[in-house]
Ligand binder design. Structure first.
Ligand SMILES: [Zn+2]
Ligand SMILES: [Zn+2]
Length: 240
């Protein structure tokens, strides 16, 4: 009898346990269901939200871009308008390849290095290779200044000191925003900036007919080639 009672108690306990378990499971299930529902609701809400969010996000990005473009334009406006030939929408860099004056040569190299570092296309005008470039630079700046001199989009930026400072405070990057990036060397001159004149083969002299009056003789004389500069070079039309 005692044993039976004990078994009964055990059974009841077991039933209770099972009940509790089932109840617990049922509770748990409803919790899970609720969680799933909740998650689903959240996902729906999120996707709904993200759907309505896609456009504003893009707009916001465009706004930010426009704002930074405006900021850059504003920054550029702080510089004096002074446009070298062909420099309306490009970077023009007057430099020298002559090592004669070390300070000038080093300064030019520094500016060129910065421009290359920003990977932008720039027109490089070596005043030691072409007197027209030197005169152009002097005319633009109203005096016999030395290179380097940098112009961006028709505005005078400065010499080495100014360009280095602008690079350090992050403004050079902004000023160069929107300028085409370089992906390969110039297709016309491989970045030599000049081509050897094909009319005189780089001698800068050509033989021309010389008519002597009252004479049937046609002498030939050497004369300065009109196609190239004093060094027998033609400026690359794409990158100078
Ligand atoms: Zn070129
Ligand atoms: Zn020539």
């Amino acid at each position: 009898m005692k044993g039976m009672k004990e078994r009964l108690v055990k059974k009841i306990k077991l039933i209770t346990t099972v009940k509790t378990l089932k109840h617990g499971l049922a509770l748990h299930k409803s919790n899970i269901d609720r969680t799933i529902h909740h998650l689903r609701d959240e996902i729906v809400a999120e996707s709904g939200q993200s759907k309505s969010c896609v456009t504003p996000t893009l707009l916001e990005l465009e706004d930010a871009e426009e704002q930074s473009l405006e900021e850059e334009r504003g920054l550029l406006l702080e510089f004096e308008e002074n446009c070298p030939p062909g420099g309306e929408d490009s970077v023009v860099f007057y430099t020298t390849g002559l090592r004669g004056v070390r300070k000038t040569f080093e300064a030019c190299r520094r500016v060129r290095f910065l421009l290359e570092n920003h990977k932008v296309m720039f027109r490089e005008r070596d005043v030691s290779m072409d007197s027209e470039f030197r005169e152009e630079m002097w005319r633009l700046l109203g005096g016999k200044v030395t290179s380097p001199r940098l112009f961006i989009r028709g505005r005078y930026i400065g010499g080495a000191e100014e360009v280095v400072a602008l690079n350090e405070n992050g403004k050079l990057k902004k000023l160069l925003q929107g300028i085409s990036q370089v992906d390969s060397p110039c297709e016309s001159c491989e970045n030599e900036r000049f081509l050897i004149c094909s009319s005189c083969n780089g001698s800068s002299k050509v033989l021309v007919d010389h008519h002597v009056e009252e004479s049937s003789n046609n002498d030939k004389v050497w004369t300065r080639c009109r196609e190239c500069n004093e060094n027998g070079l033609v400026k690359c039309p794409l990158c100078t």
